[in-house]
Write a protein that binds this ligand. Sequence first.
Ligand code: NAD
Ligand code: DAU
Length: 377
Amino acid sequence: MKNIIITGGAGFIGSHVVRLFVNKYPDYHIINVDKLTYAGNLANLKDIENKPNYTFVKADICDFETIMGIFKKYNVDGVIHLAAESHVDRSIKDPFTFAQTNVMGTLSMLQAAKLTWEQLSEKWEGKRFYHISTDEVYGALEMTNPEGIKPPFTTKASSGKHHLAYGSKFFTEDLKYMPHSPYSASKASSDHFVRAFHDTYGMPTIVTNCSNNYGPYQFPEKLIPLFINNIRHRKPLPVYGKGENVRDWLYVEDHARAIDLIFHKGTIAETYNIGGFNEWKNIDIIKVVINTVDRLLGRKEGEDMNLITYVTDRAGHDMRYAIDSSKLQRELGWEPSLQFEEGIEKTVKWYLENQAWMDNITSGEYEKYYESMYANR
Ligand code: NAD
Ligand code: DAU
């Protein structure tokens, strides 16, 4: 029996990772440690909440004493650390919370693991601290091919017609960190602490940096679920700047599969980039989402294009993200399983079929936040 803490398991990606581990590894005990901030939602885990190998603990990762208590109580073998403040726009308004949770919270998890594990006779043997990070730590890539070119990608994801590259450079694991937003600066700092715990104390750590995820259970402040919901209700779609920024999109279950593989087979002290080889300009993705929602709701395809509303750009808006995940493909054999067209269809369907999940979130406090976010644009 392995006791594994997954932090942030009630959030978007965390809930997919918890579900995968609980179902796939009945011999593991999965301890989901989550503070349930605005982004944490136990409804994301309804289908597994009564499984015998699953425990939920409501706790703040910054509360070091409580985290120490969890390590002692559950005889923890491994940590998959996802808990974080994750939304760039919020970090621009409130950077302190990001430094607190993402930097101090990660440090608190690291220190609790270190103090617990170094006292054991077997010390680090069989232990693992896996930190989930983002491609945003690398900064922004240039758009040297604004029309897009087809590079010689080797993954399955490359075969679809939309898989273009908008520049000749990609994020590789050896790139210098150049974060621009308070969010990415806080994640970069947390990555440095994780590596420092390996280099200083010998803690068995792994870091991965992933591109934009999409799929079910994403909090509707992020582009895709926000826009699906707004199209359904015929509300304006706030496109930042010219909508030309490029992101590399990965279906969330493919990220969860990569996390499973790397947790079990990844080399200690290594970094792996995880991405979809799937670059899209925001405006192009928005058009696909509009067409898909319209079609699935029985409206005329494209009928809701008039909801597109160009608004003031995000401060410090990174132009292009594009991950090179060939190291992960080469060394561990991972590649994205879903074509983007399939993934976005599944995603839109899920949100339309789970309107109660969405309504539950988008009423009350969220509404006030959303209004204040866009009021002064
Ligand atoms: P999310 O905002 O949906 O979920 C974050 C979860 O962490 C929530 O359940 C929240 O309650 C919990 N949490 C926040 N502060 C906490 C605290 N102090 N103590 C305990 N729990 C706390 O985030 P997400 O999009 O699922 O991202 C998860 C992780 O993956 C983050 O570390 C993020 O940086 C990283 N990441 C996200 C993406 C993406 O596209 N969403 C891509 C790459 C990496
Ligand atoms: O790259 C990985 C990162 O992807 C993760 O580390 C972050 O946690 C995650 O939130 C995501 O960051 P982005 O800022 O790229 O995601 P977001 O969904 O906020 O925005 C995607 C793009 O769409 C971005 O260029 C900004 C733009 N956008 C976003 C919103 C919410 C709009 O044009 N309008 C919007 O209303």
